[in-house]
Design a protein around this ligand. Structure first.
Ligand SMILES: [Zn+2]
Length: 310
């Protein structure tokens, strides 16, 4: 009988897309992204089965699944493995998804918050290698934040991942679903930038060409450049709080807006400028794994737990 080779699977569940990767060692051998809304069209008991089927479809001949790691957007209860995000990931929340997947797949299944697994991906496989204390900020549909101290994620006393994308940064009266007004996510997520640009660029669609298109627009239209600078200031206002509190040696920016860093760096630098003696470490870099960081980090999560590196 032919020997089967083990692959590690990772699933990154976001509000918009659910990305699945398969790793042979640290090498990606297959990936797929499914709109998360598609899972909402299935009744709840069928959603774990649908994930198992997607994994089966991706698995190349001659390989078997060794483990599965999941990164889920928003709060995850690390004791029960249950996702508690009725705001942006309702279709996978408040039922024992991990236990169901473990039963169906008969392999180790681990779960954590998506910002944590993306940070683990960058720390072990990407831009964060060599950092002692790495802050990762994901600027996507929302804002995700994770801090790794020597590879160990910072958690609250309840074991949960601190939702540090939701901190008050201004007196803006806009209220966030988290309950705050002037919340960082409402003002500095990629979604917020898109909204700010909507009047100038009504046809803006977010895709792989957006950054290049915005460079041209920013050169040709001072108003677009100004919006991007103001966006950088908003990113910086939240970031200066986190840098002051956490003191990382490296900050990795990821998410779809991170590619625009050269366009909003002026505003960001201005917001991070402090008096001497209060200066923050502004060693900020872009993610090297891009959108794949979450799924790749999720794929190595069960190994990190088994080898007690987490
Ligand atoms: Zn909020």
């Amino acid at each position: 009988m032919k020997k089967t080779l083990p692959l590690r699977a990772g699933i990154d569940m976001g509000g918009t897309g659910t990305r699945i990767v398969l790793l042979d060692g640290a090498r990606e051998v297959a990936s797929d992204t499914v709109p998360t809304a598609w899972f909402s069209t299935l009744s709840q008991p069928l959603r774990a089965r649908a994930l198992v089927n997607k994994l089966g479809d991706l698995l190349p001949a001659g390989y078997a699944l060794a483990s599965l790691g999941i990164g889920a957007s928003g709060p995850v209860n690390n004791q029960t493995g249950i996702i508690e995000n009725s705001d942006t990931l309702a279709c996978f929340s408040f039922f024992p998804l991990v236990a169901q997947l473990r039963d169906m797949l008969a392999v180790p299944v681990a779960i954590d918050n998506d910002a944590v697994v993306a940070a683990l991906g960058e720390y072990h496989l990407g831009a964060g290698r060599g950092s002692q204390r790495m802050l990762m900020v994901t600027l996507g549909t929302g804002i995700g934040v994770a801090l790794l101290d020597k590879g160990e994620p910072l958690r609250g006393s309840d074991g949960k991942h601190p939702e540090a994308g939701h901190i008050a940064i201004s007196g803006d009266p806009i209220s966030c679903y988290c309950g705050l007004t002037g919340c960082w996510e409402m003002l500095a997520s990629r979604g917020a930038l898109q909204q700010a640009l909507a009047r100038e660029l009504p046809d803006l669609q977010w895709n792989a060409d957006t950054a290049a298109m915005l460079v041209e627009s920013a050169i040709a239209r001072p108003r677009v450049a100004e919006i991007l600078t103001r966006y950088g200031e908003s990113v910086g206002r939240g970031l200066t709080t986190l840098l002051t509190l956490y003191g990382p040696d490296l900050t990795v920016l990821s998410g779809s807006a991170a590619a625009l860093l050269p366009l909003f760096k002026n505003g960001l630098d201005a917001a991070l400028t402090r008096a001497s003696g209060y200066a923050v470490n502004s060693n900020i870099t872009q993610s090297s794994l891009g959108d794949a960081a979450g799924a790749l980090g999720a794929a190595i999560l069960p190994t990190l737990r088994e080898t007690r590196q987490l």
